[in-house]
Design a protein around this ligand. Structure first.
Ligand SMILES: Cc1cc2nc3c(=O)[nH]c(=O)nc-3n(C[C@H](O)[C@H](O)[C@H](O)COP(=O)(O)OP(=O)(O)OC[C@H]3O[C@@H](n4cnc5c(N)ncnc54)[C@H](O)[C@@H]3O)c2cc1C
Length: 495
């Protein structure tokens, strides 16, 4: 399949370039991709697919993205708005109804974003109100890719206003809305900075009656469907960045080998070779990240961290890499007579669609810290008996007596081993052999009241951090206890 997909991209490159000039949606290319069965890559055989997993989808997306972004994205969005959610969350009846059609080339779209809701997707305003056997959908969606060319749209709408459902993220539901349903119309088609030839726009829902059997999974399951879909979406979306990176390297190298300046091909200049080296490293690293996330997905391992890293890293690398390619090609690179300039225009949206780079970093901060929790346990440190310098220890001396004096002593010792740092409440608790929550808090509050300790309370008002004040340090230990000088310093300087 990979070999065939590469051959297809090589042979259809010229059609991708034509799309950049004509701006016409490449129906012929989509038809050929469908005829090859590639829309069914994720779909099991019993529903008309070839079941080649997330890895298979990424291989195809990578190659299609070499042809043009319109082809790669019509392909990817069909997985996000149709294949993946139906396969994962749809009923048997829904799978039989839609998956064989998608495998043959029925295009899907995904509708999360609204005029007033972007990154904050939990606050979707479009509503779906149940009335007998139908839901009445009202609202607007925007930035929907494949608008008009898709036959089915996965629409997220609010089905509950109850605060308890909202607190549990059970207020959203997902529906398949079909082209032709009364009250469902296109409001506007966007004029985008890239993705030439691929319609993207606003959708309007005015009392659209959607049968209950078009709801994917249970009422209230929308957020879960969206979140689980996003990991796959980010992986596949990122695979679609690999093709342009490869094309950029191809054109930049080919150009530099053929362009002679100052009596030599520009590729002979070391500075240009280094640029090419960085491009190759960026492309290959992005590729490793994408296929590792796909591999985890195929093993049914939650790939949130790796899909997020892949999307963040590749989208930022893509922009740099395309810009470098143009630099290597000089003025030619920035003309429309090569497709590289169009790929660069596509670059920016990779840092916005499927979650912005800022959202990726938010996820990474939270999920990354959680995943590394065990590796990030701050080591206990104590003064080395002979060297008298701070050194980490796996067996910190436990303090048996629990009183203000021993607590202050501990805070003073922390000043010696972690100068400038507070102790966390948990660190303190762990150093005592046995102390309960109230007892420890009371001791800390007493020290604070006496001006011997300074406390930091979190937003909920709980004591989170503590340290000794200067007065506390003085009270805890004699001045000599804190003094330390390296051997090389002349004692005559010390006072
Ligand atoms: C070409 C294109 C195709 C798209 N296709 C689809 C599609 O098919 N279906 C669909 O549903 N959507 C689609 N989208 C929408 C896309 O998912 C959103 O654009 C994206 O989620 C960001 O939302 P926004 O544009 O409203 O930006 P906003 O959410 O308004 O954000 C604006 C800026 O503020 C930052 N920001 C927001 N909140 C915070 C915060 N708390 N902390 C720090 N920074 C923050 C963002 O990172 C961003 O930089 C598409 C968008 C584009 C451009």
């Amino acid at each position: 399949m990979a070999v065939e997909a590469k051959k297809f991209a090589d042979e259809k490159r010229h059609r991708g370039e034509e799309v950049l000039w004509t701006k016409e949606f490449p129906t012929d290319l989509v038809r050929e991709v469908a005829d090859k069965g590639w829309f069914g890559v994720l779909i099991p055989q019993e529903y008309g697919g070839v079941n080649a997993g997330a890895t298979g989808c990424c291989i195809i997306a990578e190659e299609l993205s070499r042809v043009c972004s319109a082809l790669a994205n019509v392909y990817c969005m069909t997985f996000f708005g149709g294949t993946e959610p139906i396969l994962k969350f749809g009923s048997e009846k829904q799978k039989k109804r839609w998956l064989p059609r998608i495998a043959k080339g029925t295009i899907a779209g995904i509708c999360i974003t609204e005029p007033y809701i972007g990154s904050d997707a939990a606050n979707i305003e479009t509503t779906a109100k149940r009335k007998g056997n139908v839901y009445i959908i009202n609202g607007k969606k925007r930035f929907t890719t494949n608008v008009g060319i898709a036959d089915i749209y996965l629409v997220y709408a609010k089905t509950s206003e109850k605060p308890e459902d909202m607190a549990k993220y059970q207020h959203l539901s997902a529906f398949i809305v079909e082209k032709g349903m009364a009250g469902f119309s296109i409001e506007k088609v966007n004029e985008l900075g890239g993705w030439t030839g691929l319609p993207n726009g606003y959708l309007d829902f005015e009392n659209v009656e959607v049968p209950v059997e078009n709801r994917i999974s249970a009422e209230g399951a929308g957020w879960r469907i969206m979140m689980e879909g996003l990991n796959f979406e980010r992986t596949l979306f990122t695979a679609g960045m690999l093709g342009p990176m490869r094309e950029a390297i191809l054109y930049a190298v080919g150009h530099a080998q053929r362009r002679v300046q100052f009596g030599q091909p520009t590729i002979d200049a070391e500075v240009n070779q280094f640029k090419i080296a960085d491009m190759i490293a960026g492309y290959e690293t992005s590729r490793l990240l994408v296929y590792y996330a796909a591999y985890l997905t195929d093993l049914h391992i939650n790939a949130v961290l790796h899909a997020t890293i892949a999307k963040l890293y590749a989208s930022e690398t893509y922009e740099k890499l395309l810009s470098t390619a143009i630099q290597l090609m000089g003025g030619d690179g920035w003309t429309k007579f090569y497709p590289i300039d169009a790929f660069l225009r596509d670059a920016k949206v990779n840092q916005i669609g499927a979650g912005t780079s800022e959202v990726m970093r938010m996820i990474l901060y939270r999920q990354g810290l959680r995943a590394m929790r065990e590796d990030l346990r701050f080591p206990h440190r104590q003064l080395h008996e002979k060297l008298k310098v701070p050194i980490s220890t796996t067996k910190p001396a436990r303090i048996t007596e629990v009183n203000e004096q021993t607590l202050l002593g501990m805070l003073a010792e922390n000043y010696q081993v972690n100068p400038g740092l507070y102790m966390s409440w948990e660190d303190i608790k762990e150093r005592f052999e046995r102390v309960d929550y109230e007892q420890l808090n009371l001791l800390l509050i007493n020290l604070e009241a006496k001006g011997l300790a300074k406390l930091y309370r979190d937003r909920k008002g709980n004591i989170a951090l503590a340290r000794a004040t200067f007065e506390g340090l003085r009270k805890a230990k004699p001045r000599e206890a804190y003094r330390w000088f390296p051997d090389w310093i002349s004692r005559e300087f010390i006072f």
